[in-house]
Every structure is written in structure tokens, then in C-alpha cells.
Design a protein around this ligand. Structure first.
Ligand SMILES: Nc1ncnc2c1ncn2[C@@H]1O[C@H](COP(=O)(O)OP(=O)(O)O)[C@@H](O)[C@H]1O
Ligand SMILES: [Mg+2]
Length: 277
């Protein structure tokens, strides 16, 4: 089970993405990025964060630690923003926290290079979990202490929004041509060879056990939280076996090739200055 803490202070909202997570402090003196049960996509986003975050870490990818966070909405009473107030009020009880990485920077392909082996691992993992949210527009990766960290697995396993079509999941291809690491020559075949055998039923069962029952009860078509967990396990297991053959990488060039940079002007000037020093 994930460790459980209680939020003691709401610090500030994070507005980069869509779901309005907040930075909170907790009674273990930790600082966390909190994902709220009352946010738009609801509890499925949190289920995806837990299963994919835990799975990624068990496969050797860097994902900040996850915790369960108890929230009493009164801690947000002084928060002036009405949207935040509403979110807190709708999220009393159990929520999800991710260890906050202080001083981390959003991944920028121009300022941070990734080798083919690591890029391959991330792309293969994203293909496995059907991550549609790691594009160069919105990489959902951070650079912290000189290393790449993966965050935000809320928009993965989209099949869990409609279980009836889930039988086709194993065969569903993954288009990585838009992936933030596609230009880094990802060695997907090597990643599949290294990672696929590690995605066992046992590992997936352990990972699914970390999802709190509260987020799985009363799922239409299932008679218990464990039945839902089993379905996640089955689908990921099937997908792990064959996904590498169905990943499309497109023809993105490495950064500094002829693809126009997406980096802001100030960063380009800084990087070019460094290069000519
Ligand atoms: N663990 C973390 N440490 C530091 N900053 C984070 C962390 N998690 C998220 N952030 C910042 O908050 C932003 C929004 O978080 P994210 O998980 O991507 O949620 P969403 O995109 O759903 O709003 C990220 O783009 C990143 O800048
Ligand atoms: Mg995001």
C-alpha cells in the first residue's frame, strides 16, 4: 500500500497542465504535488497515476514517489481563487500526492539530451500504458539533478474510460511520432527485450494493489475492486507481450537538426551562447 499522509497546508496551484494540481505540505514534513479526486476527469486519472507511476518505477524509470494524502478542505479556506476552493471542497478525504521535486525544470529537448537506450525505455513504457500525454508540446517530464523524471500519468490507459471496448486493447498500436523523445533515436527493440519480460502478472498485481479500493468501488460491469484490478493486470500483460512491434516512430530529426526549435527565445540564446563559449 502507498504510504498515507495528511495535508497540513495548501501552498499554491500549478497551472501548466489542465487538471490544476496543487502543491501541498503534509504532516510528514514532505511537500507534494497533489492530484485531486474532485478534478474534472475524476478518480480514473488517479488510478492511472498509481498503476503507471508504480509500474514505471518498478521498471527502473524515474518517477517521483507517490503517497495517499488525506485532505480536509478547511486547509484551503484562505485560498482566494474560487476554482481552487471548489476543487478542494469537492476533494475531501483521500487524494493522491507525488513527491515534489524542488528546483526541477520542464524537459526541453534543446537543453537536455537523452540517449537512445533511455529514450527507448520511456517510449516503450508509454506505448505499453497508451500514454497520449508525452508529446513535445507537453512532455510531462522534468529534469532534476541532471536526470530525467517522468510525471503525469493521468492520461494513460484510456481504455479504462470504456471497458466494453477493452478487448481490443492488446492489439491497439501506439503512434509515437509526436513523442517528446522520438527525435532521440529511441532503441525500442532493446527496451522491449529488457522490459517486456519484467512486466509479469506478479508485478502488475502488486502495482494494482496500490490503488485504494475507494477509487475502484462501484465500477460498472465489475463486482469488486479486485475484479477491476484484475482487468488492469490482464490488459497490461497482454499488451506488454506484443506492443513493441506496433510502435510508430515517424521521422523526427534529433534536436539541432532541421526541425524548428520549440524552445523560447531566451533559452535558445542562452544555449547558443554556451555552445560558442
Ligand atoms: N513532482 C513534481 N515536482 C515538481 N513539479 C511538478 C511535479 N509534478 C508536476 N509538476 C509541475 O506541475 C505541472 C502540472 O502537473 P501535471 O502532473 O503535469 O498535471 P496536469 O498536466 O494534469 O495539470 C507540471 O507540468 C510540472 O511543471
Ligand atoms: Mg501535465
Amino acid at each position: 500500500m502507498l504510504p498515507e499522509v495528511t495535508a497540513t497546508r495548501y501552498v499554491t496551484p500549478l497551472r501548466e497542465g489542465g487538471s490544476l494540481p496543487g502543491i501541498v505540505e503534509a504532516d510528514d514534513l514532505g511537500t507534494y504535488v497533489m492530484k485531486f479526486t474532485g478534478a474534472g476527469q475524476g478518480r480514473k486519472t488517479l488510478v492511472a497515476e498509481v498503476i503507471c507511476g508504480q509500474l514505471g518505477r518498478r521498471l527502473g524509470l524515474r518517477v517521483p514517489d507517490l503517497v495517499r494524502i488525506q485532505l480536509d478542505p478547511v486547509i484551503g479556506l484562505a485560498e482566494p481563487d474560487e476554482e481552487v476552493q471548489d476543487l478542494l471542497k469537492a476533494s475531501g478525504g483521500l487524494n493522491l500526492g507525488m513527491d515534489y521535486l524542488p528546483g526541477s525544470l520542464g524537459f526541453d529537448p534543446l537543453a537536455f539530451g537523452v540517449g537512445p537506450a533511455e529514450a527507448g525505455h520511456v517510449v516503450w513504457f508509454d506505448a505499453l500504458i497508451g500514454n497520449v500525454d508525452r508529446s513535445w508540446r507537453n512532455p510531462n517530464m522534468l529534469v532534476w539533478h541532471g536526470r530525467l523524471w517522468l510525471i503525469d500519468h493521468g492520461a494513460t490507459m484510456i481504455w479504462h474510460h470504456s471497458w466494453r471496448g477493452a478487448d481490443a486493447v492488446a492489439a491497439k498500436p501506439y503512434d509515437a511520432s509526436d513523442h517528446a523523445l522520438a527525435p532521440f533515436d529511441p532503441d525500442v527493440a532493446a527496451a522491449a527485450e529488457a522490459l517486456a519480460p519484467r512486466v509479469t502478472e506478479e508485478l502488475l498485481t502488486e502495482v494494482a494493489a496500490d490503488v485504494p479500493d475507494e477509487w475502484l468501488v462501484d465500477e460498472p460491469g465489475f463486482d469488486s475492486p479486485d475484479a477491476v484490478r484484475r482487468r488492469y493486470v490482464e490488459l497490461l500483460l497482454e499488451r506488454a507481450a506484443t506492443i513493441s512491434g506496433r510502435i510508430t516512430l515517424g521521422d523526427q530529426r534529433p534536436p539541432n537538426g532541421d526541425k524548428p526549435s520549440q524552445a523560447p527565445e531566451w533559452l535558445r540564446i542562452w544555449v547558443e551562447g554556451k555552445a560558442s563559449e
